[in-house]
Structures are given as structure tokens and as C-alpha cells.
Write a protein of this length. Sequence first.
Length: 260
Amino acid sequence: MPGKGKHRRPKNSRLGRGFFAVGTGGAALALPVIGATTATAAAPTAAHSITVAKIAAPTLTPEALLKAPATYSVVAGDSLAGIAKKHGLAGGWKKLYQDNKSVIGDDPSLIRPGMKLRVDGKAAAPARATVARADRSTRPTTLKATPAAVKKTYANNLDGWIRESLDIMAKHGIPGSYNGIYRNVMRESSGNPLAINNWDINAQNGIPSKGLLQVIQPTFNAYHVPGTSMDLYDPVANITAACNYAAARYGSIDNVFGAY
């Protein structure tokens, strides 16, 4: 790279079961039903029949059931907006939050699995909210770990040097392509980062061209890119400085096809 002149160098069988629920005044009991196709199924005993008879009698009238509060138990992945939409709640998530603020607390984004929310458009009872808050406060806070940034690595060869240089050039707005850099490197140094020209006009003036893109020291100093080594022989520093110079003089290293 400059002075006034430049010269090139060379380069099983499954048991089916079902369940039915028996009302118990707000609770439900799931009892197994033995599949009719199972040859070994045993007939229920009299004791079972007595037990079912005792708990099967409903204790709530239809009117009482209609008056029972409609609640929803939060599960992992829920949001107030999603719950409000699912239950067609007028007023959306804001109304849902206002109705259940005593359960949720001051932050509507912090809902936790197990919370019981009213979804019938009515406010939750204060007593229930107290229990929910106490339960929430005793649970350990789970913090999501932020993954540490992974530092990009490059191969310690011509391919890696060019790719690292391109990433640095992109940060500094220096134009150039992989092919443009590779083509000029092979012409200038055949890919040898320690190449030096001891016979051209620059060498005669005491400032020989060095490195992958044959840069002289004054040019390297003037076009050195911050964050790279100050060693002219350093492959990445040499490439980025040369590309910075080429961008200033020719528009891009891609526009260089001979001595520059």
C-alpha cells in the first residue's frame, strides 16, 4: 500500500378405565368405572353401592348453583388478557384485574398458578384475597437467569481473519466483501501475514510494505481501526486498516484490482 509505487508479490394390553363425578355440595368425587370389555372386571360390592348412595344426593338447588361464584384457577402460561377473552368478560383484562386486585396485588402482570380469580364480573371477597396474598408471599421468587452473551470466535487462519475483520468493519461502517478482501490478499501476500516487500520503492524509502495486504507503516497508522492491534503484522488489524484506506481512496476494497 502507498507510497507512490506498488508492486505485487506471488500467492400391552391396556386396562381401560373411566371416571364419573358425584356431586357433594361443591366438591366432586371421581370414581373409577371398569370397562365392560375387561374380562377380569369384578362386580362392585354392596359396600361400594352404599357409599355411592350416601354421597350421591345433591345438596345444592339449581337456584343455588346459579348464584355460586364463577371462578377460574390460574395455570402456568396464563395472562389476564387470555383469561378475560376465554370467559368473554366485558371490560377485558382491566375489568378482570379490578375484580381480582385483592388477590393479584398491585402488579397485574404477576399472576401465579393456583390463584382463584372471579370471572363473573364481580369483585373477589377480601377474605379470599388475604389467603391468596399470604400464599403468594411465602412462595420463593423464581428469577429467570439471563443467558450470558456468547463471544463470537474465529478460526486462526485466513478465513477466520477475514471474517473477524468484516465484523469489525461492519461496526465502523467500512465497506468491503469477503471476496474482495480475499482476492487482494492473495495477490499481495499469498495469505502470509508476515510477508514483507524489501525491494520496491517503499522499501527503498525505508517504509516497506508488510502483512496480508502489504500496508506501509504511515498508512497503517493513519487508517488504523480502533479496537484492533497496533501491530502492523497482526492479520485482523492489517486487513481492517487496509480496507479503511481503500474505502477512503477507492470507495471499497472491492474496487481494488491491482497495486494500490
